[in-house]
Design a protein around this ligand. Structure first.
Ligand code: COA
Length: 183
């Protein structure tokens, strides 16, 4: 099956998904912002999305994700320290986490976990997909700790010849998309 989009990483990966447009539109206009004592998760402003370039580990321009309305940032003490991009329907019409990056000095504080939880809340009731290079132990462990299961891998997708592994966090909701239950 053709991959419809591409994840831009230091390497490169595939993307993409969809469903109940009205509910998604409602959620996107009124996201459940997550806030802890320290780190706030919210939509990025134009300038914040533009300025991610200064420390972003991935290629491409995050303003594009922001224009699509599919970018959250983590803000700590007024500073943007992490972001997550995602798509509702570019990955075979399923919710897909595209890029996730935390500033090096802010890692291991639970920020990536918070960002992923924001996406899971946004798509409450739907399965959410994500991918990363098989060697990326921090990411693999992060996904594992949040209940994602590895479903497969693609060779030949990334420029550096690393294997891209795909994971799903299945929803318990009745009627949710679930490849695992399909024959
Ligand atoms: C992967 C990445 C997003 C993790 O961000 P983070 O904010 O440090 O992650 P968290 O603090 O939320 O970690 C949550 C859990 O993930 C796992 N984890 C995260 N980093 C880890 C590491 N370096 N080694 C092992 N496990 C790790 C742990 O289980 C951790 O829980 P714990 O701290 O209670 O043990 C970050 O390292 C990063 O931005 N890397 C570069 C970009 C990248 O690889 N993105 C992912 C692929 S799209």
């Amino acid at each position: 099956m053709a991959v419809l989009g591409q994840k831009h990483s230091r390497f490169m990966s595939a993307i993409t998904r969809g469903r109940t447009q009205s509910k998604l539109a409602q959620l996107l206009m009124n996201p459940n912002h997550t806030e802890t004592h320290k780190t706030q998760i919210r939509r990025a402003t134009y300038d914040e999305a533009k300025d991610l370039k200064a420390w972003d580990e991935f290629v491409g321009d995050r303003r594009i994700d922001n224009w699509r309305g599919e970018l959250f940032v983590a803000v700590d003490g007024g500073e943007v320290v992490a972001y997550i991009s995602y798509s509702s329907n570019l990955f075979y019409n399923r919710p897909f986490i595209g890029l996730l990056c935390v500033k090096a000095s802010y890692r291991r504080r639970g920020i990536a976990r918070q960002l992923i939880q924001q996406i899971l809340a946004t798509y409450d009731g739907l399965d959410v997909w994500v991918s990363t290079e098989e060697w990326n132990e921090p990411a693999v462990k992060l996904f594992d700790s949040l209940g994602f299961r590895k479903m497969g891998a693609i060779k030949g997708l990334n420029r550096d010849e690393s294997v891209e592994a795909y994971f799903v966090r299945q929803s318990c909701a009745e009627g949710a998309d679930s490849v695992a239950t399909q024959p």
